[in-house]
Design a protein around this ligand. Structure first.
Ligand code: DHE
Length: 521
């Protein structure tokens, strides 16, 4: 055996005698010293966002280290590169990606304690405080600097701009009269905003890591889908007070499941819940008391597939069994069917909600983004179109026999497709790959791409929403120095640009409350 050079041996001996702290930084102590004041001692978030593996999964470890070292521009997150060594930064990042020792508890008491009512209903005005049409407003989420703008949909002027919670995700949901809008952040914060007085009314934290929210057809109940903890939270929409925290588990109360998303099914007066880890869909009627002759419920009661919450008649849970979990749903206009994607098999499954079981499988291998699908009547038959997150194509499906009828090749995988009853075109973005700056305009009759726009060459463009009349299409440039570009929806010519900070999504009040077939719900 060769002996070690003496200098190396000395260094080795020195390391071995050093206290452990000098060798490996104590990440928990570093966190407590440098981060806890803003991000919470438990990493659940505070002035800054939550720093748990679930919250950071989209960022990636390398990027997390960069943010610690360099900070985040236009936020309160400072750079630690001159205070911490690269080894300390790396240890800190590793710590953030380690699950907490105990599963976070976020029950009714914690939710209630987080609730802040800023304005009571009695203090709100009885008419809008501006001249614009309140039903043709656009709610614009600007994810670059975490703000929301309210845009007059006739004159394309900003009526208000306010700071939102960090990282809003999913479509904000409107009260049925279009007056109030509700936002959800990935950290679980729900914000209720009054579009007449242009003020935040109330806020509550419904989860630690959340997916989306839905509002009941009568506007009284909000449902929040959570990954962390694994729960579905029902809130009183007016006060945001928690009504129920439903732990999501299998029938035997053993296996928990994250909730992928929750949707409203208006004609069924129920919420439909997509589960990430269980082969089930849940349906929860929100009426009080729930309708006794609910389509499909009698049958499910007989099979023992409906559970009442302990001590309550309200919000019974109907379990619809599947072969495997389904992500991401799209509903037909009657809400008798839903189509869901199974990401593991490359298949989509059609579930008939009255009989409560899958009735058809169809191949959709490109990871369809069904939540952003749209439908329209083509030659007397209803068709739907969905972008694919992993395939450069728009899939078009006949909704009468649930057969794929066309794959429209695109310049790359896309995220969103949008249209309007009054427009002959569907607008589909290319969100991934070298052509991320392109947007295709598709003729809804011929299913051909008739034009490809590159609104700002080199910058990602995506997410379109029409005004209430279908006269204008508003498109986002996803850049911190971005914009919303307003197009004449008929001539496809640009009308104006509204500067915006990475405008992720925009939502027209009328199109949302009337369930326009050209947008998501
Ligand atoms: Fe979304 C809506 C799921 C990543 C921006 N997204 C939705 C909805 C679901 C969903 C289920 C519909 C719920 C609703 O609106 O009520 N999104 C997912 C994912 O599973 C995915 C792929 C991974 C994840 O980590 O969540 C994902 N989404 C993103 C993004 O990376 C996007 C582009 C940027 C962001 O803000 O996070 C993004 N998702 C959006 C937007 C909507 C949305 C803007 C609302 C679209 C609409 O017009 O309604």
């Amino acid at each position: 055996m060769r002996s070690l050079p003496s200098s190396l041996l000395a260094a080795f001996l020195l390391l071995a005698t050093l206290p452990a702290a000098a060798q490996a930084p104590d990440a928990a102590a570093l966190y407590a010293r440098e981060c806890a004041a803003c991000h919470g001692a438990d990493r659940f978030g505070g002035a800054g966002p939550a720093l748990l593996p679930e919250s950071l999964s989209r960022l990636g470890r390398e990027q997390a280290e960069k943010v610690i070292a360099e900070g985040r521009p236009a936020t309160q997150m400072p750079a630690f590169g001159d205070r911490l060594t690269p080894t300390q930064i790396s240890a800190l990042a590793a710590y953030l990606y380690t699950p907490p020792a105990e599963i976070p508890r976020w029950g009714k008491a914690e939710i209630e304690a987080s609730r802040v009512v800023r304005v009571t209903t009695a203090e709100l005005p009885d008419r809008p405080r501006y001249e614009a049409d309140p039903l043709n407003l656009f709610v614009l989420v600007e994810s670059g600097d975490h703000h929301v703008s309210i845009i007059d949909g006739d004159r394309f002027r900003r009526l208000a701009r306010f700071e939102s919670r960090y990282a809003l995700h999913g479509g904000p949901k409107f009260s049925p009269d279009g007056r109030f809008v509700h936002f959800l952040s990935r950290d679980g914060w729900v914000t209720r905003y009054d579009l007449w007085s242009l003020r935040i009314v109330a806020e509550v934290r419904a989860g630690i890591n959340s997916r989306n929210l839905a509002i009941s057809g009568d506007g009284r109940v909000l449902a929040v889908a959570n990954y962390l903890p694994t729960s579905l939270v029902l809130l009183d929409a007016e006060t945001l007070a928690p009504l129920e925290v439903i732990p999501v588990r299998d029938r035997w109360k053993k296996t928990p499941s994250r909730v992928s998303a929750v949707y409203l099914a208006p004609p069924r007066e129920s919420f439909i819940v997509a589960l990430k880890d269980l082969p089930e869909i849940w349906e929860i009627p929100y009426g009080d008391p729930p309708p006794a002759t609910f389509p499909g419920f009698v049958h499910s009661y007989e099979k023992g597939m409906v559970e009442a919450l302990p001590g309550r008649e309200r919000f019974p849970i109907r379990r619809i069994e599947l072969d495997r979990p389904l992500d991401d749903f799209f509903f037909d206009p009657s809400y008798r069917h839903l189509i869901g994607a199974s990401r593991s098999t490359g298949e989509a499954v059609v579930v008939q909600l009255e009989v409560g079981r899958p009735i058809k499988k169809l191949p959709l291998a490109g990871m369809p983004h069904l939540g952003s699908g749209i439908s329209w009547l083509r030659e007397g038959r209803r068709v739907m179109a969905t972008p694919n997150l992993k395939k450069a194509a728009i899939s078009v499906i006949d909704m009468e026999n649930w057969r794929p009828i066309r794959e429209i090749p695109t310049l790359g995988p896309g995220f969103f497709i949008r249209s309007h009853e009054n427009s002959p075109y569907a607008w589909a973005d290319v969100f991934f790959g070298p052509n991320r700056d392109a947007v295709h305009i598709i003729d809804k009759r011929s299913l051909e791409i008739v034009r490809t726009l590159r609104p700002m060459p080199g910058k990602v463009s995506g997410h379109v929403e029409f005004d209430r009349y279908g006269r204008y299409a508003l498109l986002s440039i996803w850049d911190r120095e971005g914009a919303v570009i307003v197009y004449d929806a008929r001539t496809l010519e640009e009308v104006t640009r509204i500067p915006a900070s990475k405008p992720s999504g925009k939502y027209n009040v009328w199109n949302k409350i009337t369930f326009s077939e050209g947008t998501s719900h």
